[in-house]
Design a protein around this ligand. Structure first.
Ligand SMILES: [Zn+2]
Length: 85
């Protein structure tokens, strides 16, 4: 998320995303407890990835492999070294 954002815009997007998560809770997950809907929608608005399972987490932590960005950087570095020789 953008670090610098005016307060009004930040609040507007917060409420927009919260309403979106409420719609998902009600229509797609079939929730009908208002307290739970409020709790889940506010948490999901603030956090993009609420879980830290193997599929969502950083591959360095779970699989001990380098990330995609690091692979790209290594390829660029290899071509740069190859060209300079
Ligand atoms: Zn997950």
């Amino acid at each position: 998320m953008v670090i610098y954002m005016k307060r009004a815009i930040r609040r507007k997007h917060y409420h927009r995303l919260k309403e979106r998560w409420k719609r998902i809770c009600i229509n797609e997950w079939g929730m009908n407890d208002i307290k739970k809907i409020e709790l889940y929608s506010s948490e999901l608005t603030r956090t993009r990835k609420p879980c830290s399972c193997m599929m969502c987490g950083n591959p360095r932590r779970t699989l001990k492999e380098i990330t995609r960005q690091e692979r790209i950087a290594n390829d660029i570095l290899k071509t740069y070294i190859k060209d300079s020789e």
